[in-house]
Design a protein around this ligand. Structure first.
Ligand code: NI
Length: 205
């Protein structure tokens, strides 16, 4: 009994020390990052996009060169996504149907944030089922490749849940990139197809 008590006291002391250490670290580093961060520079233009190396739905290596020569609606998601991703694809599909010949200058780029399940074949099956009216490229890769691409686009994602039915929380913006592969504007999630078509009409000439 005494031994158990001593052990309990030791565990409590260790836990208290650990909590104190955590609080101290959070206090120190949280305080620092709350102020001016010398590692971050702010400019007038958002640096969204950049080089990436991924695998397309046919299993071929693909880079940012795939964005050249076309307007590209780039977004991050996963094929098992229950709502946001199918909704985004449906909105893009409807919007593309409203911009006439300009749709020929547009492609959709869907980059998976779930490389564990989104194999190239899975991407291909998913996108062909969506029957997109414009060229649509599905991209996936190794976890590292996907992480690097998401970072370049400032896209956020995080696995949510365990087991086979896990979800992946992810940012919802569609990035419209111009034919030079540079960021033009965001098509925000929740825009109606009309609003999306208006933005596409303004951008694409
Ligand atoms: Ni999604």
């Amino acid at each position: 009994m005494n031994r158990v008590r001593v052990l309990l006291v030791l565990v409590c002391v260790a836990a208290a020390l650990f909590a104190g250490l955590l609080a101290w670290r959070v206090g120190v580093f949280g305080g620092r990052s709350g102020g001016a961060n010398p590692g971050v520079t702010s400019t007038g233009t958002a640096a969204i996009g950049g080089p990436f190396a991924l695998i397309d739905q046919d299993g071929r290596p693909v880079t940012e060169a795939a964005l050249k020569g076309q307007w590209s609606a780039v977004f991050f998601g996963f094929t098992y996504c229950p709502d946001v991703c199918p909704g985004t694809l449906q909105a893009l599909k409807a919007a593309a149907g409203q911009i006439g010949g300009k749709a020929d200058k547009l492609q959709v780029v869907f980059i998976s944030v779930d490389p564990q399940r989104d194999t190239p074949q899975q991407m291909k099956d998913y996108l062909s089922a969506m029957e997109m009216p414009v060229k649509t490229i599905g991209m996936t890769g190794t976890p590292e490749q996907v992480a690097a691409a998401a970072k370049a686009y400032r896209a956020y994602y995080k696995k949510n849940g365990e087991g086979e039915g896990y979800l992946v929380d992810h940012s919802t913006a569609v990035y419209l990139m111009n034919p030079e592969g540079q960021f033009d504007r965001v098509l925000a999630y929740g825009m109606t197809p009309d609003q999306m078509a208006e933005q596409l009409n303004q951008a694409i000439n």
